[in-house]
Design a protein around this ligand. Structure first.
Ligand code: NDP
Length: 330
Protein backbone atom coordinates (compact mmCIF):
# COMPACT_ATOMS: atom_id res chain seq x y z
CA UNK A 1 0.00 0.00 0.00
CA UNK A 2 1.22 3.47 -0.83
CA UNK A 3 0.22 7.02 0.12
CA UNK A 4 1.17 10.49 -1.10
CA UNK A 5 3.70 12.52 0.84
CA UNK A 6 6.27 15.22 0.39
CA UNK A 7 9.56 13.38 0.42
CA UNK A 8 12.87 15.04 1.20
CA UNK A 9 16.18 13.54 0.22
CA UNK A 10 19.63 14.85 1.14
CA UNK A 11 20.21 18.13 -0.80
CA UNK A 12 23.96 17.38 -0.76
CA UNK A 13 23.24 14.33 -2.94
CA UNK A 14 20.08 15.18 -4.95
CA UNK A 15 19.66 18.31 -7.03
CA UNK A 16 15.88 18.36 -6.45
CA UNK A 17 15.55 17.25 -2.86
CA UNK A 18 11.80 17.89 -2.25
CA UNK A 19 9.18 15.96 -4.27
CA UNK A 20 5.59 14.84 -3.99
CA UNK A 21 6.01 11.04 -3.97
CA UNK A 22 4.04 7.89 -3.68
CA UNK A 23 5.51 6.39 -0.51
CA UNK A 24 5.30 2.76 0.53
CA UNK A 25 3.62 2.30 3.94
CA UNK A 26 6.57 0.15 4.96
CA UNK A 27 8.63 3.37 4.95
CA UNK A 28 6.72 4.65 7.99
CA UNK A 29 8.31 3.79 11.34
CA UNK A 30 6.45 0.95 13.11
CA UNK A 31 4.79 3.14 15.77
CA UNK A 32 1.63 2.23 17.76
CA UNK A 33 -0.88 4.64 16.18
CA UNK A 34 -1.50 5.37 12.47
CA UNK A 35 -3.54 8.39 11.43
CA UNK A 36 -5.14 9.60 8.24
CA UNK A 37 -3.84 13.16 8.06
CA UNK A 38 -6.65 15.69 7.60
CA UNK A 39 -4.56 18.84 7.71
CA UNK A 40 -1.01 19.99 8.22
CA UNK A 41 0.28 23.54 8.04
CA UNK A 42 3.21 25.22 6.39
CA UNK A 43 5.43 26.91 8.97
CA UNK A 44 8.65 28.87 8.41
CA UNK A 45 10.60 25.83 9.63
CA UNK A 46 8.84 23.59 7.07
CA UNK A 47 9.61 26.10 4.32
CA UNK A 48 13.30 26.10 5.28
CA UNK A 49 13.28 22.30 5.15
CA UNK A 50 11.43 22.11 1.81
CA UNK A 51 13.73 24.66 0.17
CA UNK A 52 16.88 23.18 1.81
CA UNK A 53 17.71 26.64 3.20
CA UNK A 54 18.73 25.55 6.72
CA UNK A 55 19.63 22.22 8.36
CA UNK A 56 16.15 21.59 9.80
CA UNK A 57 16.05 17.90 8.83
CA UNK A 58 18.23 15.71 10.98
CA UNK A 59 18.04 12.55 8.89
CA UNK A 60 17.13 11.78 5.25
CA UNK A 61 14.94 10.67 3.59
CA UNK A 62 12.15 12.32 5.59
CA UNK A 63 8.56 13.56 5.30
CA UNK A 64 8.49 17.21 6.51
CA UNK A 65 5.67 18.92 8.44
CA UNK A 66 5.90 19.97 12.10
CA UNK A 67 2.09 20.07 12.61
CA UNK A 68 -0.49 17.33 11.98
CA UNK A 69 -4.21 16.94 12.63
CA UNK A 70 -5.57 13.48 11.89
CA UNK A 71 -7.99 10.67 12.54
CA UNK A 72 -6.82 7.36 14.01
CA UNK A 73 -7.11 4.54 11.43
CA UNK A 74 -5.06 1.83 13.17
CA UNK A 75 -4.06 1.59 16.80
CA UNK A 76 -2.45 -0.63 19.41
CA UNK A 77 -3.57 1.79 22.15
CA UNK A 78 -6.90 1.57 24.02
CA UNK A 79 -6.58 5.28 24.71
CA UNK A 80 -6.51 6.01 20.96
CA UNK A 81 -9.32 4.03 19.31
CA UNK A 82 -10.09 4.17 15.59
CA UNK A 83 -11.93 7.36 14.64
CA UNK A 84 -10.50 9.55 17.44
CA UNK A 85 -9.11 12.94 16.35
CA UNK A 86 -5.64 13.99 17.45
CA UNK A 87 -3.25 16.90 17.10
CA UNK A 88 0.52 16.52 16.96
CA UNK A 89 2.86 19.52 16.99
CA UNK A 90 6.58 19.40 17.70
CA UNK A 91 8.21 16.33 19.31
CA UNK A 92 10.72 16.35 16.44
CA UNK A 93 8.17 15.45 13.75
CA UNK A 94 9.16 16.85 10.39
CA UNK A 95 12.74 17.17 11.68
CA UNK A 96 13.80 13.83 13.11
CA UNK A 97 10.67 11.73 12.55
CA UNK A 98 8.35 11.63 9.52
CA UNK A 99 6.01 14.64 9.70
CA UNK A 100 2.53 15.74 8.73
CA UNK A 101 2.91 16.76 5.07
CA UNK A 102 1.51 13.42 3.94
CA UNK A 103 -1.73 11.50 3.69
CA UNK A 104 -0.69 9.16 6.52
CA UNK A 105 1.23 9.61 9.75
CA UNK A 106 2.62 7.17 12.29
CA UNK A 107 2.79 8.30 15.93
CA UNK A 108 4.01 7.44 19.40
CA UNK A 109 1.07 7.73 21.83
CA UNK A 110 2.84 10.40 23.90
CA UNK A 111 2.90 12.72 20.87
CA UNK A 112 -0.90 12.72 20.56
CA UNK A 113 -3.08 15.44 22.09
CA UNK A 114 -6.87 15.08 22.13
CA UNK A 115 -8.54 17.60 19.83
CA UNK A 116 -11.33 19.20 21.94
CA UNK A 117 -14.67 18.88 20.14
CA UNK A 118 -15.19 22.66 20.09
CA UNK A 119 -12.19 22.96 17.75
CA UNK A 120 -12.59 21.89 14.13
CA UNK A 121 -9.66 20.08 12.45
CA UNK A 122 -9.27 23.11 10.14
CA UNK A 123 -9.05 25.53 13.08
CA UNK A 124 -6.57 23.20 14.80
CA UNK A 125 -4.35 23.32 11.70
CA UNK A 126 -4.68 27.08 11.61
CA UNK A 127 -3.62 27.26 15.26
CA UNK A 128 -0.76 24.74 14.87
CA UNK A 129 2.64 25.37 16.44
CA UNK A 130 2.27 29.16 16.19
CA UNK A 131 -1.01 29.27 18.11
CA UNK A 132 0.12 26.70 20.66
CA UNK A 133 3.29 28.72 21.35
CA UNK A 134 1.24 31.89 21.83
CA UNK A 135 -1.21 30.18 24.19
CA UNK A 136 1.66 28.68 26.24
CA UNK A 137 3.11 32.19 26.55
CA UNK A 138 -0.21 33.66 27.70
CA UNK A 139 -0.66 30.83 30.24
CA UNK A 140 2.80 31.69 31.62
CA UNK A 141 1.82 35.35 32.08
CA UNK A 142 -1.30 34.23 33.95
CA UNK A 143 0.69 31.82 36.12
CA UNK A 144 3.04 34.67 37.02
CA UNK A 145 0.08 36.74 38.22
CA UNK A 146 0.09 39.18 35.30
CA UNK A 147 -3.65 39.83 35.16
CA UNK A 148 -5.27 42.44 32.87
CA UNK A 149 -5.52 44.92 35.79
CA UNK A 150 -1.72 44.92 36.19
CA UNK A 151 -1.27 46.92 32.97
CA UNK A 152 -0.69 46.57 29.22
CA UNK A 153 1.17 43.71 27.55
CA UNK A 154 3.58 44.35 24.67
CA UNK A 155 3.71 41.79 21.85
CA UNK A 156 6.65 41.98 19.43
CA UNK A 157 6.54 40.50 15.93
CA UNK A 158 2.81 41.12 16.32
CA UNK A 159 1.81 40.57 12.70
CA UNK A 160 3.57 37.17 12.50
CA UNK A 161 2.11 33.78 13.42
CA UNK A 162 2.97 33.65 17.14
CA UNK A 163 2.49 37.42 17.51
CA UNK A 164 -0.97 37.43 15.88
CA UNK A 165 -2.23 34.62 18.08
CA UNK A 166 -0.71 36.25 21.19
CA UNK A 167 -2.39 39.57 20.37
CA UNK A 168 -5.78 37.97 19.72
CA UNK A 169 -5.73 35.70 22.80
CA UNK A 170 -4.67 38.52 25.13
CA UNK A 171 -7.32 40.88 23.72
CA UNK A 172 -9.99 38.16 24.10
CA UNK A 173 -8.97 37.76 27.75
CA UNK A 174 -9.35 41.49 28.42
CA UNK A 175 -5.71 42.60 28.31
CA UNK A 176 -4.68 45.92 26.75
CA UNK A 177 -2.24 44.88 24.02
CA UNK A 178 0.53 47.10 22.66
CA UNK A 179 1.47 45.52 19.33
CA UNK A 180 5.09 46.07 18.27
CA UNK A 181 5.25 45.77 14.51
CA UNK A 182 7.41 46.74 11.57
CA UNK A 183 4.55 46.20 9.13
CA UNK A 184 3.15 49.63 8.25
CA UNK A 185 0.17 48.04 6.48
CA UNK A 186 -0.85 45.86 9.44
CA UNK A 187 -2.57 48.52 11.56
CA UNK A 188 -6.11 47.59 10.54
CA UNK A 189 -5.39 43.88 11.02
CA UNK A 190 -3.75 44.31 14.43
CA UNK A 191 -6.33 46.72 15.84
CA UNK A 192 -9.60 45.87 14.04
CA UNK A 193 -9.21 42.10 13.59
CA UNK A 194 -7.01 41.04 16.49
CA UNK A 195 -8.03 43.63 19.08
CA UNK A 196 -4.70 45.41 19.79
CA UNK A 197 -5.17 48.65 21.72
CA UNK A 198 -2.22 50.49 20.13
CA UNK A 199 0.80 49.93 17.91
CA UNK A 200 4.39 51.01 18.33
CA UNK A 201 6.82 50.78 15.41
CA UNK A 202 9.32 47.96 15.53
CA UNK A 203 12.16 50.51 15.10
CA UNK A 204 11.42 51.97 18.56
CA UNK A 205 12.73 48.78 20.18
CA UNK A 206 15.07 47.27 17.61
CA UNK A 207 18.27 49.17 18.47
CA UNK A 208 20.49 48.81 21.53
CA UNK A 209 19.01 50.93 24.39
CA UNK A 210 19.43 51.70 28.09
CA UNK A 211 19.31 48.58 30.25
CA UNK A 212 16.67 50.19 32.49
CA UNK A 213 14.05 52.50 30.98
CA UNK A 214 10.76 54.18 31.97
CA UNK A 215 8.20 51.50 32.89
CA UNK A 216 5.71 50.98 30.04
CA UNK A 217 4.10 47.52 30.32
CA UNK A 218 3.25 44.89 32.92
CA UNK A 219 4.49 42.12 30.70
CA UNK A 220 5.52 41.17 27.20
CA UNK A 221 5.46 38.29 24.74
CA UNK A 222 8.54 38.53 22.56
CA UNK A 223 8.81 36.80 19.19
CA UNK A 224 11.98 38.48 17.97
CA UNK A 225 14.79 38.33 20.60
CA UNK A 226 17.97 40.44 20.35
CA UNK A 227 17.76 44.21 21.16
CA UNK A 228 13.96 44.07 21.10
CA UNK A 229 13.90 41.58 23.97
CA UNK A 230 16.48 43.64 25.90
CA UNK A 231 14.34 46.79 25.46
CA UNK A 232 11.16 44.94 26.43
CA UNK A 233 12.85 43.82 29.66
CA UNK A 234 14.18 47.33 30.32
CA UNK A 235 10.71 48.92 30.07
CA UNK A 236 8.73 46.29 32.02
CA UNK A 237 7.18 47.61 35.21
CA UNK A 238 8.17 46.32 38.67
CA UNK A 239 7.40 42.60 39.25
CA UNK A 240 6.42 42.17 35.62
CA UNK A 241 7.13 39.22 33.37
CA UNK A 242 8.53 38.85 29.85
CA UNK A 243 8.01 35.63 27.91
CA UNK A 244 10.62 34.88 25.23
CA UNK A 245 9.29 32.83 22.29
CA UNK A 246 11.36 33.63 19.22
CA UNK A 247 14.35 35.08 17.48
CA UNK A 248 13.14 36.78 14.28
CA UNK A 249 15.57 39.66 14.93
CA UNK A 250 18.38 37.54 16.38
CA UNK A 251 19.46 34.92 18.88
CA UNK A 252 21.67 37.17 21.00
CA UNK A 253 20.49 38.94 24.14
CA UNK A 254 22.57 41.85 25.45
CA UNK A 255 21.03 43.05 28.68
CA UNK A 256 22.12 43.54 32.30
CA UNK A 257 20.95 42.17 35.63
CA UNK A 258 19.33 45.57 36.42
CA UNK A 259 15.73 44.66 35.37
CA UNK A 260 15.94 41.44 37.39
CA UNK A 261 17.51 42.71 40.63
CA UNK A 262 16.14 46.27 40.69
CA UNK A 263 12.61 45.61 39.40
CA UNK A 264 12.02 41.93 40.13
CA UNK A 265 11.35 41.23 36.45
CA UNK A 266 10.99 37.58 35.43
CA UNK A 267 12.12 36.26 32.04
CA UNK A 268 10.51 32.98 31.00
CA UNK A 269 11.21 30.90 27.90
CA UNK A 270 8.77 28.86 25.86
CA UNK A 271 9.66 25.64 24.06
CA UNK A 272 6.53 24.38 22.35
CA UNK A 273 8.33 21.47 20.68
CA UNK A 274 9.01 19.37 23.77
CA UNK A 275 6.56 20.90 26.25
CA UNK A 276 4.68 18.44 28.46
CA UNK A 277 1.33 16.92 27.49
CA UNK A 278 -0.42 18.52 30.49
CA UNK A 279 0.58 21.98 29.27
CA UNK A 280 -0.53 21.13 25.72
CA UNK A 281 -3.92 19.92 26.99
CA UNK A 282 -4.34 23.10 29.03
CA UNK A 283 -3.50 25.23 25.99
CA UNK A 284 -5.91 23.39 23.63
CA UNK A 285 -8.66 23.55 26.27
CA UNK A 286 -8.22 27.34 26.49
CA UNK A 287 -8.54 27.55 22.70
CA UNK A 288 -11.76 25.52 23.00
CA UNK A 289 -13.17 28.10 25.42
CA UNK A 290 -12.13 31.06 23.27
CA UNK A 291 -13.43 29.51 20.04
CA UNK A 292 -16.81 28.76 21.59
CA UNK A 293 -17.16 32.55 22.02
CA UNK A 294 -15.52 33.95 18.91
CA UNK A 295 -14.17 32.66 15.56
CA UNK A 296 -10.45 32.86 14.78
CA UNK A 297 -9.70 36.12 12.96
CA UNK A 298 -6.35 34.91 11.56
CA UNK A 299 -6.24 35.06 7.73
CA UNK A 300 -5.25 31.83 6.01
CA UNK A 301 -5.28 30.00 2.71
CA UNK A 302 -5.73 26.31 2.12
CA UNK A 303 -3.40 24.56 -0.30
CA UNK A 304 -2.76 20.97 -1.40
CA UNK A 305 0.34 18.86 -0.75
CA UNK A 306 1.30 19.44 -4.37
CA UNK A 307 1.31 23.23 -3.90
CA UNK A 308 3.36 23.15 -0.70
CA UNK A 309 6.79 23.32 -2.37
CA UNK A 310 5.84 26.42 -4.39
CA UNK A 311 4.30 28.06 -1.29
CA UNK A 312 7.41 27.25 0.79
CA UNK A 313 9.45 29.33 -1.63
CA UNK A 314 6.94 32.22 -1.49
CA UNK A 315 6.87 32.05 2.31
CA UNK A 316 10.66 32.38 2.52
CA UNK A 317 10.50 35.35 0.14
CA UNK A 318 7.97 37.03 2.48
CA UNK A 319 5.28 36.93 -0.22
CA UNK A 320 2.61 35.11 1.80
CA UNK A 321 0.25 36.80 4.27
CA UNK A 322 -1.44 34.82 7.01
CA UNK A 323 -1.19 31.12 7.81
CA UNK A 324 -1.01 28.34 5.24
CA UNK A 325 -3.10 25.25 5.94
CA UNK A 326 -2.34 22.14 3.90
CA UNK A 327 -5.28 19.88 3.13
CA UNK A 328 -3.56 16.55 2.75
CA UNK A 329 -6.40 14.21 1.71
CA UNK A 330 -8.35 15.88 -1.09
P1 NDP B 1 6.66 34.78 11.53
O1 NDP B 1 7.71 34.83 10.47
O2 NDP B 1 5.25 34.49 11.19
O3 NDP B 1 6.66 36.17 12.36
C1 NDP B 1 7.80 36.82 12.82
C2 NDP B 1 7.49 38.30 12.93
O4 NDP B 1 8.60 38.95 13.53
C3 NDP B 1 7.30 38.98 11.58
O5 NDP B 1 6.01 38.86 11.09
C4 NDP B 1 7.66 40.42 11.92
O6 NDP B 1 6.52 41.00 12.54
C5 NDP B 1 8.74 40.26 12.99
N1 NDP B 1 10.08 40.38 12.45
C6 NDP B 1 10.59 39.77 11.34
N2 NDP B 1 11.87 40.10 11.17
C7 NDP B 1 12.19 40.95 12.18
C8 NDP B 1 13.37 41.65 12.53
N3 NDP B 1 14.48 41.56 11.81
N4 NDP B 1 13.34 42.44 13.62
C9 NDP B 1 12.21 42.55 14.37
N5 NDP B 1 11.06 41.92 14.08
C10 NDP B 1 11.06 41.12 13.00
O7 NDP B 1 7.21 33.75 12.61
P2 NDP B 1 6.41 33.03 13.78
O8 NDP B 1 5.48 34.01 14.40
O9 NDP B 1 5.91 31.73 13.34
O10 NDP B 1 7.60 32.77 14.79
C11 NDP B 1 8.16 33.86 15.52
C12 NDP B 1 9.44 33.39 16.17
O11 NDP B 1 9.12 32.39 17.13
C13 NDP B 1 10.45 32.75 15.21
O12 NDP B 1 11.74 33.14 15.60
C14 NDP B 1 10.24 31.27 15.41
O13 NDP B 1 11.42 30.55 15.14
C15 NDP B 1 9.89 31.23 16.88
N6 NDP B 1 9.09 30.09 17.28
C16 NDP B 1 9.35 29.57 18.51
C17 NDP B 1 8.61 28.56 19.01
C18 NDP B 1 8.89 28.07 20.38
O14 NDP B 1 8.47 26.97 20.73
N7 NDP B 1 9.56 28.86 21.20
C19 NDP B 1 7.55 27.92 18.21
C20 NDP B 1 7.25 28.62 16.97
C21 NDP B 1 8.03 29.65 16.52
P3 NDP B 1 6.17 42.56 12.34
O15 NDP B 1 6.22 42.80 10.86
O16 NDP B 1 4.80 42.70 12.92
O17 NDP B 1 7.21 43.34 13.06
Amino acid sequence: MTFNALWLTDPKIDKVSAKLSSVNEASLSPLPVTLRVLYSSLNYKDALALCAKAPVIRQFPLIPGIDMIGEVIASESLQWPIGKLAVVTGWGIGEQYHGGLAEKFSAKTEWLTVLPEEISPLDAALIGTAGLTAMLAVLQLEQQGITPEKGPIAVSGASGGVGSFSTWILAQLGYEVIAVSGDRHAEEYLVESLGAHSIIPRSELSESGKKLQAERWAGAIDCVGSHTLANLLAATQRSGCVVACGMAQGLELNTSVAPFILRNIRLIGIDSVYCETAQRNAAWQRFAVLLSRSPLPIPFQTITLEQAIEFADLLLKGEVRGRIVVQTNV
